[in-house]
Design a protein around this ligand. Structure first.
Ligand SMILES: [Zn+2]
Length: 485
């Protein structure tokens, strides 16, 4: 208890310094999807590693990753080989010297997970201050990555620093830290590492801070996440681009074909039209649905402040929370092909590509969902068009049991900080690594995040509420101390 109080005191005294350090990390544009930023991504990894080393963590190292060579067999034409690509490094650190429990049981080991890579900042002209020049306004820290996820990674690091300081260079619990640099691009590197080296990440519980609180001041544990499949549909028509005056009326048009295919993927009410797609969908329990109804959620406020649209769309008969947490959904992210410059060019493109993703819910599997999707898209392919339907990445949906001592330690830690009971929610997004921790390591995962619903993740003006940064550090300090006690 004395150590906990001392660590909380240390975190409070050093809070301003912690924020300044976070700003330095936020200044590094570690955009994982942009090959030109690879050196910056590595610089962010080294920044995190250097600090873990400085505060007293051991075995700190960067682990190189790569994605394996893949051979794609399209429906026509020669097989395409995508060569092995060097990935962004993982940052690993551990401290495994915690004293065993009074009854002789070995000390508990906690695995801390976060990611240091960020989404691209575009559109730049919508940012009120530049995305990689962190700026404080009204208690919020604005920068790309502030909440997703550098700010939350830094909470972990600073909670560890505070505990080291209070414990005279010792931690009350065994800790492994793994921070990845490819979360925003599918996380294949860490998935392979978890599969190939499960012993190096062995832990009793994983603490993942890459999610948000349900509402300001409301401590939240996320106990379910949707999975996803991210796909590309490539359509080919004529051998080369053609003039629409000379060939329009005779030549197939891949852009029109994609539009026709996409229009048949779901109906106007948001129901996905792929046969058997809903066969495995598991409904939330009555208790869960009842708890969701009691959450402070106002659909109209959500529509206006978060979505900013004239109406909310989606399946009739399901609340917004059910639609975004417990129902599969399908979205189109981009369609490329033909002419998109200024003015007019009368081209019938030879080729066009659409990016389509589907969010999955418990009992659906990525492999089966992709097979159903691919078979349906190929079945509705218009005449004269050849298709290649590719799976870019995928993640399994998960639900976490709330009945374990780590959940109780987390809720009591947050009760001490927020003075409120924790609510259990699900998330609509995907954190594929959580499924890997559960499946490959057999490690239950706690999703304790301190972002807010209006933090503008993946959007212009991303922010992190600084009060939550500090409360997050204190919550993690208390959680680690109590798990170690
Ligand atoms: Zn994230």
């Amino acid at each position: 208890m004395k150590t906990t109080d001392a660590a909380v005191g240390f975190a409070k005294e050093n809070g301003e310094r912690f924020v300044e350090e976070l700003k330095a990390l936020l200044r590094i544009p570690s955009i994982s999807t942009d090959p030109e930023r690879a050196a910056d991504v590595r610089r962010a990894a080294e920044f995190v590693a250097a600090e873990l080393r400085r505060i007293g963590m051991e075995n700190v190292r960067l682990i190189e990753t790569s994605t394996p060579e893949t051979v794609l067999a399209p429906s026509s034409g020669p097989a395409q080989v995508i060569p092995e690509r060097k990935g962004h490094p993982l940052v690993y650190a551990d401290y495994l010297h915690a004293a065993p429990a009074a009854d002789g049981r070995p000390a508990t080991t906690v695995l801390l997970y976060g990611h240091y890579d960020v989404q691209p900042p575009e559109p730049l002209d919508e940012w009120k201050s530049p995305p990689f020049e962190p700026m404080e306004r009204d208690g919020d820290l604005f920068a790309r990555g502030a909440a997703d996820d550098k700010g939350q990674v830094w909470m972990h690091v600073k909670a560890l620093e505070s505990l080291f300081a209070a414990g005279g260079g010792r931690l009350p619990v065994n800790v492994r830290v793994i921070v990845e640099g490819e979360e925003e691009v599918g996380g294949e590197g860490i998935a392979a590492f978890v599969r190939e080296h499960p012993d190096e990440l062995r832990a009793d519980v994983a603490l993942v801070s890459d999610s948000e609180m349900f509402a300001p001041d409301l401590p939240t544990l996320c106990v379910g996440l949707r999975g996803m499949i991210y796909t590309e549909i490539e359509a080919r028509g004529a051998r080369t681009d053609l003039h629409s005056g000379m060939y329009g009326g005779a030549a197939p048009n891949p852009l029109v074909a994609l539009a026709q295919i996409i229009a048949q993927l779901k109906d106007a009410a948001g129901h996905i039209l792929i046969p058997h797609f809903y066969d495995r969908v598991a409904a939330p329990s009555d208790a869960e649905l009842k708890a969701w109804k009691a959450l402070p959620f106002d659909e109209e406020h959500y529509r206006e402040t978060e979505v900013g649209s004239t109406v909310l769309t989606g399946e009739a008969g399901f609340s917004v929370l059910e639609r975004t947490w417990a129902r599969p959904t399908l979205d189109v992210h981009g369609i490329a092909g033909g002419f998109t410059g200024a003015g007019a060019k009368t081209v019938i493109p030879a080729r066009a590509v659409a990016k389509v993703s589907i969010r999955l819910v418990p009992e659906m599997t990525p492999a089966e969902s992709f097979a159903l999707f691919k078979a349906y898209v190929e079945a509705i392919c218009p005449a004269g068009i050849t298709l290649e339907v590719r799976l870019i990445h995928s993640g399994e949906p998960i639900v976490v049991s709330t009945d374990n001592p780590y959940v109780r330690a987390a809720t009591s830690a947050m009760r001490a900080v927020f003075g409120k009971e924790t609510v259990f929610v699900r998330g609509g997004g995907s954190i594929p690594i959580v499924g890997d921790f559960i499946r490959e390591l057999g490690t239950p995962a706690l999703l304790m995040g301190f972002g807010l619903p209006d933090d503008n993740l993946h959007a212009p003006n991303e922010k992190f509420h600084l009060a939550n940064f500090h409360r997050g550090i204190e919550s993690i300090v208390r959680f680690l101390a109590s798990v170690g006690a």
